[in-house]
Design a protein around this ligand. Sequence first.
Ligand code: SIN
Ligand code: CO
Length: 402
Amino acid sequence: MHNSSAPPIEIQASRKHRLGMPAARFLRDYWQKRPLLIRSAFPDLVSPVSPEDLAGLACEQSALSRIVTHQPRGDRWTLRHGPFAEADFTSMGPRDWTLLVQDVDKWDADVRALLDAFDFIPRWRIDDVMISYAAPGGSVGAHVDQYDVFLLQGLGARRWQVDASPNPPTAFRDDVELKLLREFHPTHSWTLEPGDMLYLPPGVPHHGVAADACLTYSIGMRAPSQAELLTDFADHLAQGIGEEARYVDPGLALPMDPFEIDAAALTRVRHALAALQADDASLAAWFGGFISGYRSVGIAAPPRPPTEAAVRKALAAGGSLARHPFVRTAWARQGERALLFVGGAAFEMSPTSARALAAATTLDAGQFEALVEPAQAIVIALARSGSYIVRKPVRHPRKARQ
Ligand code: SIN
Ligand code: CO
C-alpha cells in the first residue's frame, strides 16, 4: 500500500466534528490503529482545574498522585507518591518536574463533564481523566502505555514526540523506577496548545515535554487482560457448578496405552469445560458485573443509611440523589428485560429504567418518579448502601430587603 493512501496523522477539528471527522470514521481508521493529532478539538476549552486546584487535590489522603522529577544532567529520574503536603510544592524547583493526579473526573464534576465528548466510546471502556501539571521542561520520559489515551492540552504548551512506525522498540530501561524506553526514535513532533488533542492507541512510544508550565488532561481507557477475563469468568462459572458435575467417560474404550491421554479423553475434557461457551445473556450478566466492578474502590455504606421515607421526602422537597462518583454503571439487555450493573452488582429491571439509571449521575424527583418498579426500590437500596448520596434541596439565601 502506498503511504499517500494512509489516513492523515494530523487534522483540524471543525465545529461539526470535534475529531475532525465523523466519529464513525475515527473509529474505523484510527481507534486502536494509529495516532491522530487533532488541532482545536476543544476550541473554547477553559481548563476546569487550575494548577493550584491540582496541587490541592494531590494533598488529599485518598487521591492518587505522583511527582516525577527529571535531572537532565546525568538523566536521572525520581518518582514520589502522594499524598503531598503544601510545602512539597513550595520547595519544588522552577523546572523539570511533573505532578500527576489520577481519577480527577471523580473529584470534579466539570472534569467529569468532559467525558460526554467521548460518548463515541462505551463509557465502561473509559478509565479516568488523569491531569498532569508540568513545570517548564517537565516530562515523565519516553514510554508506551497499554491503553488508548486522548491527551488533551488544558493550559500552556507541551511538545509531544511520537514514534508512529510499525514495530517500535519497546524495551525498558532497568536503571529507573519508571518504565522508560531504552530507545526512542520519534517520527513526529508537535507542540500542543490548549484545546489540541493527541490520540494514541496502545503501544505507541511517546514523550511529552512541557514547553512552558502546562496542564495536560489524559482521558485514559481501560481494558481487562484476557487472563483477568478468563480467571474471573471461570471463577464465576465454577460457583454455579456442583461437586458432583465431573469429568465422565461412560463410553470408555480400551486404551492403546494406559498412560496416554488420547483424543477421546480430550473430547471429554472439552465437554467438561462446555460451560465456557455461555450464551449472550449469561455472558452479559457476568461481564457487566465484572467490568462495572473492575479496579473499582469499595464504597462504604453511610453510618446512618437513609430510610425510604427520608429519600422520598428529600426528593419531594426539591433535593436529588447524586450517584457516588466512584461508582461505575453499565447495562445490558436480557431478552425483554435488562440488567443494570452498579459497581459489580446486577439488578434486573426494564430496559428504559436501566438505560436511564446507567447514564444519570443525579436523579431529581421527576427522574425518580419516571422509573418503573422495581427500579425505584433498587435506587433506594443503593442509596442505603452508599451508591447514591441524598442531597438536600439547595436553599438560596433570601435577598436582603432594601
Ligand atoms: C503526562 O501527562 O505528562 C503523561 C501522560 C502520558 O504520557 O500518558
Ligand atoms: Co503515556
